[in-house]
Design a binder for this molecule. Structure first.
Ligand SMILES: N[C@@H](CCC(=O)N[C@@H](CS)C(=O)NCC(=O)O)C(=O)O
Length: 214
């Protein structure tokens, strides 16, 4: 297995957490420097025409893309410990939280979107930061309400074990902290984040612990 990774990529961070939880060590890791634009290099586009990290290349050469699809693949091939609950409603809830982050928050503050705002639409750096904060707050407000009121929330987003929902939550919060978004309005979200970061698997996957960290 070969992981295409970048320390600061929150989507790659999700996959790193899932690998750590399941005790899977990729045979090889290639670091795709996003700030230098290496995701748009021909050799990387040949692997993943989306020009996004992460990607996971399997031993037979097949390339998996999209972090949630990669994690579902890991879940199916290495079921223990599980990242999805045993019951169908539980799985739907966990996937809904994961998608609320991966589809509703993350794409709006991705590097290429921010670059388009800055360099094509000509917004100011302050407006770009305002856009980032606005969409993070919209997403986290809803998540905070959901997590605070639903009885299925436990020490983690769903019950007493980390799931795919936590795998998505922690990297998104790392991004928010990096751009200094005030997370004090989200006490349930940050309580769960702290519980996750106390686990070795989450800690080992953190951006600052990666070999390409700057
Ligand atoms: N939905 C994709 C998102 C992947 C993604 O957006 N990756 C970012 C880093 S977190 C990226 O490669 N950005 C490059 C760019 O914006 O040019 C996934 O979950 O894998």
């Amino acid at each position: 297995m070969k992981l295409y990774d970048y320390f600061r990529s929150s989507a790659a961070y999700r996959v790193r957490i899932a690998l750590q939880v399941k005790g899977i060590v990729p045979d090889e890791r290639t670091f795709v420097h996003l700030r230098m634009g290496n995701q748009r290099a021909q050799d990387y586009l040949a692997l993943n025409p989306q020009g996004l990290v992460p990607a996971l290349q399997l031993d037979d050469g097949a390339v998996l893309t999209q972090s949630l699809a990669i994690i579902e693949y890991l879940e199916e091939t290495h079921p223990a410990p599980p990242l999805l609950p045993a019951d169908a409603p539980g799985r739907a809830r966990v996937r809904a939280i994961a998608l609320a982050i991966a589809c509703e928050i993350h794409p709006l503050n991705n590097l290429r979107v921010l670059n388009y705002l800055l360099h094509t639409l000509g917004v100011s750096p302050e407006q770009k930061d305002g856009w980032y904060k606005y969409w993070v707050d919209v997403g986290l407000e809803a998540l905070e309400t959901q997590l605070a009121r639903e009885p299925s929330t436990g020490a983690f987003c769903h019950g007493s074990q980390p799931t795919l929902a936590d795998v998505c939550l922690v990297p998104q919060l790392a991004n928010a902290r990096r751009v200094k978004i005030d997370l004090s309005p989200y006490p349930t979200v940050t309580r769960i984040e702290a519980a996750c970061l106390a686990l070795p698997a989450f800690a080992a996957a953190a951006p600052e612990r990666q070999p390409d960290a700057e």
